[in-house]
Structures are given as C-alpha cells and as structure tokens.
Design a protein around this ligand. Structure first.
Ligand SMILES: [Zn+2]
Length: 322
C-alpha cells in the first residue's frame, strides 16, 4: 500500500497488518492509558500477526465476531436507522476465512477488565430474519465511558446522535467560546488526529486534555508524526455534516469571506462529498443561511444550497481552529 508518512516501529506494523492508517493514535492512547479501550476491524488473514503484536506490547484483545462482506441487498425493516457500517456477522473462530473482505471485530485495551466491559456494550444493531434489533441508548453511554471518552462528550453525543434532527458538529461549534485545535475532530478519518470522539464543544477541557496526553505519547513513538498532526489540525475547515467536511488549504480571511487555495474532502465516505467540484471552481467562500457562496477572483461562480440530504441535516459552517 501507499504510505502517507514514513511509519516506523509499532505504527508501521499496525499499518501493515490493518492495511489502514487511521486509528493509529488511538492505539497509542490505549497503550498510554489515555483511553480505556478501542474497537477495530482486523483483516482475518492477518489476525494471528495482530494478536502477537498486541501481546508483545502488553495489550489485551477481546473478539466480538467475524464480519464478512455484504454483497446482497435484502429488504430489511429499519435498514435506514442502522449505522453505515454494514456486514454479515459470523461467530469467531468458526466464521474465519482468508477472503479479503473478512475482518475480525476486536476490542483492544491495556487491561482485561476494561476490554471485557467494552465488549459488553460494543455491539452493532443486528438484523435477524429481516428485522432489526436496535441497541438501547444506555449501551451507547456505557460504550462511550468504557472507551474512556470524556463523560460530557458522551452525554452530548447521546443527546444529538440523530442525523435527520441534529447536526452534532454545528451544535458543538455553537457551544464553543473558542475553537481549540486540540478538540478538532474533523480529521478523525485520517491519520492526522489525536482523538476519535466528537467533543461536546471545540473547547471542551476534558477533550483538550485527552488530545494533549495522546500527542505527548505519540511524540514518544514519532515526534515528526505528532508535529504533523498539530499542523494539520490548526487550519480552516468547511463543515457541512458529520460525514462531509473539507480542509481549506492555504486559507486566510476573517468571519465573512475566506480565501483558499484548495478544498480537500476529509469526510468519512466519498458518497457524502457533494461540494468538492463547486469548491474546485473557486478560491473564496462564505456561508449565509445554509447557503455556501463560492467566488473565483472576486466573481460569484457557484451557489450551493444545503438541505436535509438523504436524511442527514446539513448545517454549513466555517471553522478556524487555533
Ligand atoms: Zn466534553
């Protein structure tokens, strides 16, 4: 695979086994005890290497189940209410095979009691005979706390995690008196983030402490990596929804119009990217009443109206993290 950084040591081994550069800082956070546990999806064909690596670093692994690629679309009641992670579940170890899409869902922690506690609430909604068994709200709370996320952020997430009704990130921005880069979660789908949770505000003190402790631990593995994370977070972003955010590279400007060199999509899945093309046509933007205005050298070239798109509330907002 192509690497976006010259990984070394544990970080390199994690990338090579997981075939993915996200979540690396969260392994470091678990090792340092900043977070209690994390969950991950490990390619089944690399699973033995993974468990050896974890035990060499004193980390405990609990297995939830085996996930296999879902390549049929069966009518299932309540499908639209389920998370976007979708797979066929099979028991571990009976369901293991070497197919490229087969993964093992695991919980990793520095303590076996923390791992067991996380496993209890770390399950996905299940479809049985076409009907969904939904996870109770209280399990979301227990899972957040078992991961070691700040309690204020866990409560906020539970109160807002309803895509057609709330835009969690816009609400977090409204609750902030300052946009601190340490609480910037918009790069969580990339390697350049010290955190994976959504904060209750972008100046949440518990989140700022979480990120600083994680970065201090990352520094011990790779100081250049820690520095690149800091630099990546201290930028301008256009946030539209949880899955749709953009880094405004080379940006400058005030609260009104912001000039940018390039807008880079940093959302969770390419399917959520609705505005890269219009943004590519311009070099300046502003947001007013849910509309993104895009200019090129002073001339208005695009007007992008947001709405509740495919059940996701869009609430565009420009965020400058410092
Ligand atoms: Zn918080």
């Amino acid at each position: 695979m192509n690497y976006s950084h010259p990984w070394k040591g544990l970080l390199k081994e994690l990338v090579d086994i997981r075939l993915n550069e996200a979540l690396l800082t969260q392994y470091v956070a678990a090792l340092a005890g900043v977070r209690r546990a994390l969950d991950d999806w490990i390619p089944a064909r690399h699973f033995d290497r993974f468990t050896e690596l974890m035990s060499a670093h004193g980390l405990v692994v609990e297995v939830d189940c085996v996930f296999k690629r879902l390549d049929w679309q069966e009518a299932a009641s309540g499908k639209e209410l389920a998370p976007t992670t979708r797979a066929v579940g099979a028991r571990y170890p009976d369901g293991l095979d070497d197919a490229p899409g087969t993964e093992v869902h695991v919980i990793v922690s520095s303590r076996s009691d923390w791992a067991a506690e996380t496993l209890k609430s770390g399950w996905y909604p299940i479809f049985v005979n076409g009907r969904m068994v939904r996870k109770p709200q209280v399990d979301h709370k227990w899972l957040g706390l078992a991961f070691g996320y700040p309690e204020c952020c866990v409560e906020f997430f539970i109160g807002h995690n309803d895509w057609p009704r709330f835009n969690t990130l816009a609400d977090a921005a409204r609750a902030s008196s300052k946009l601190r880069w340490q609480a910037n979660c918009l790069l969580k789908n990339s390697p350049w983030t010290p955190m994976f949770h959504m904060p209750c505000s972008f100046d949440c003190p518990a989140t700022v402490e979480y990120s600083e402790r994680t970065l201090a631990a990352v520094e011990g593995f790779d100081p250049a990596y820690a520095e690149q994370i800091r630099a990546s977070l201290k930028q301008y972003f256009l946030m539209i929804s949880e899955g749709q955010s953009y880094v405004l590279a080379g940006a400058s400007g005030g609260a009104g119009r912001v000039a940018y060199r390039k807008a880079v999509f940093v959302g969770s899945h390419a399917q959520y990217d609705r505005i890269s093309r219009p943004l590519d046509r311009g070099n300046e933007l502003s947001v007013e009443d849910g509309v993104v205005f895009i200019w090129k050298d002073g001339e208005l070239v695009e007007t992008f109206e947001t709405d509740c798109h495919r059940g996701i509330i869009e609430a565009p907002i420009i965020l400058r993290f410092e």
